[in-house]
Design a protein. Structure first.
Length: 408
C-alpha cells in the first residue's frame, strides 16, 4: 500500500500572530519556555509522520498532549501555523476554501466522541445528512444510508430518534453517517471514550470488522493504550505537542522510546496484541505426504521426537503421524503416508490472538498448527513458547499459567 497521508513539520500555535513563537521554536525553545516568553501555547511542535493506505493509525497521549489538535489539522478544522498535510499527493494546507470543501466531501469523514447527532432527526435522517448537504437525490442517499446502517447492526432502527438509542447505538449511527459518504479516510476523535467498557469493546470489534470489509484509512485518537493496541496497525505517542514514538504495537511494547511511553506499557496484557505468528516456532521437521512410514520414523529418531507433521507438496497440512502409527504402518507394509489415517490437529490462522485460544492450547495434547492465508503450514504453537513470549516484557496475564500450564 502507498502513503495516503503525509504530515511534514506540522506546527500549531494558538494565536492569530504566531510569528514570535515560530521564531522561538526555530531557536530550540520548548513549549513551556515559549509560553513563559510570549504567553502563546504551542499545540503541535514540528510533527511529521505518514499514514499508509488502508492503515489504522492511532495517535495517543495524555489529555492536553495535542493529539486531537493533530487530527483537526488533517482536515483543517484547525488551521496549522506551519507545515504540510499532504493527502494523495495534494497539500491541503495550500488549498482554497472551495478546493478544501471538495476534499472534505470526497475524501474525509469524521466521527466524534459525543456522537453529534441532530435530536430532531431520525436515525435515517441523521445518516443521510451529509449526502443531503451534497445534493445527492433522496432515493440514492437513503439507499446508501440503509446499507451502511445494516452494516453497523442498526437495520430496523432507521425511524428511531437519538433519545431512543443507547450510547453504543448512537455511536453506530455516527459511524454509519461517516461511512455513507464513502470517504477514503476516517478521522475518529476519541470515538468510543464516552461508552461503557463493554459497549466500547463491542464498538472496537465492530470497527475492526468494518475495516476488513471496507479497508479505509483510519486515523484514530485515544488515550487508552489497550484500545490502541487492539485496533492500531501503528501507534504514535504524543507528549506536549511533540511526537515521541511511532511503531507497531509489538515495537512499542518491546522497545518504548522513553519513560513516558514505558509508563503506558507497564502491566499491559500482551496476550491482547500478540498473534499466533508472534509466538509460533518454525515447523521443523515435517515429512511429505508422499513419504512412507520408514521416512517418518527416521525423521523422528534424528530429532528425538515421537510425532511429526505431514504436509503435501504445497505445504498444506495433512495431519500428524505418531511413532506408534508409523510402526504399525511399516508392519502393514504401507508405502506412503497417503494410506495412513493421520491424526487431526488444532489448526489456526496466523492472525488469531493468543488470548482467544488459551483453552485450546491448554487442552491440546499435541502442538497447534499455524497456517497462513493460503492454508500453508508456517508454524507450530507449544505451550512453553507461549508463556515465554507473554513473560518477555513482564506482561504475563495473571491467569495464563493456570490456563496454559508450564510445559511445551
Amino acid at each position: 500500500m502507498g502513503v495516503k497521508i503525509e504530515v511534514k513539520n506540522l506546527i500549531k500555535i494558538f494565536s492569530s500572530q504566531p510569528q514570535k513563537a515560530l521564531h522561538l521554536l526555530d531557536k530550540g525553545f520548548d513549549k513551556e519556555q515559549i509560553f513563559a516568553e510570549t504567553g502563546l501555547t504551542v499545540g503541535i511542535n514540528n510533527v511529521s509522520f505518514t499514514v499508509n493506505e488502508g492503515e489504522v493509525f492511532v495517535v495517543m497521549g495524555l489529555s492536553g498532549s495535542g493529539k486531537s489538535t493533530i487530527l483537526r489539522c488533517l482536515n483543517r478544522l484547525i488551521e496549522p501555523s506551519s507545515g504540510s498535510v499532504i493527502i494523495d499527493g495534494v497539500d491541503i494546507i495550500k488549498l482554497k476554501t472551495q478546493e478544501l470543501r471538495q476534499v472534505r466531501q470526497k475524501k474525509l469523514a469524521m466521527v466524534f466522541q459525543q456522537f453529534a447527532l441532530l435530536p430532531h432527526r431520525t436515525v435515517l435522517q441523521n445518516t443521510v445528512f451529509g449526502l443531503e448537504v451534497h445534493g445527492v437525490g433522496k432515493a440514492e442517499r437513503e439507499k446508501r444510508a440503509l446499507d451502511r446502517l445494516a452494516m453497523v447492526g442498526l437495520a430496523g432502527l432507521e425511524h428511531s430518534y437519538p433519545d431512543e438509542l443507547s450510547g453504543g447505538m448512537k455511536q453506530r449511527v455516527g459511524l454509519a453517517r461517516a461511512l455513507t459518504n464513502d470517504p477514503d479516510i476516517l478521522l475518529m476523535d476519541e470515538a468510543f471514550s464516552a461508552l461503557d467498557p463493554l459497549i466500547r469493546e463491542e464498538m472496537q470489534d465492530e470497527l475492526l470488522n468494518l475495516q476488513q470489509k471496507m479497508n479505509k484509512t483510519i486515523v484514530f485518537i485515544t488515550h487508552d493504550l489497550n484500545e490502541a493496541l487492539k485496533i492500531g496497525d501503528r501507534i504514535a505517542f504524543v507528549r506536549n505537542g511533540s511526537l515521541v514514538q511511532v511503531g507497531t504495537p509489538e515495537e512499542i511494547l518491546r522497545d518504548p522510546a522513553d519513560d513516558y511511553v514505558a509508563k503506558f506499557t507497564r502491566g499491559v496484557d500482551r496476550s491482547r496484541i500478540l498473534t499466533l505468528k508472534d509466538v509460533m516456532k518454525r515447523p521443523h521437521p515435517v515429512v511429505q505426504l508422499r513419504d512412507g512410514p520408514h521416512v517418518a520414523l527416521q525423521v523422528m529418531k534424528e530429532h528425538g521426537i515421537s510425532s511429526v507433521f505431514v504436509v503435501d507438496r504445497a505445504k498444506h497440512l495433512q495431519g500428524l503421524i505418531t511413532a506408534e502409527q508409523a510402526i504399525e504402518a511399516r508392519k502393514a507394509d504401507i508405502k506412503s503416508l497417503q494410506d495412513v489415517e493421520l491424526l487431526e490437529v488444532p489448526v489456526h490462522n496466523e492472525t488469531v490472538l493468543v488470548q482467544d485460544i488459551f483453552t485450546v492450547i491448554a487442552e491440546s495434547k499435541v502442538p497447534l498448527a499455524v497456517i497462513d492465508e493460503e492454508k500453508r503450514l508456517i508454524g507450530i504453537i507449544i505451550r512453553g513458547s507461549v508463556l515465554a513470549a507473554l513473560a518477555d516484557t513482564g506482561g504475563e496475564p495473571k491467569d495464563v499459567s493456570s490456563s496454559i500450564g508450564t510445559v511445551g
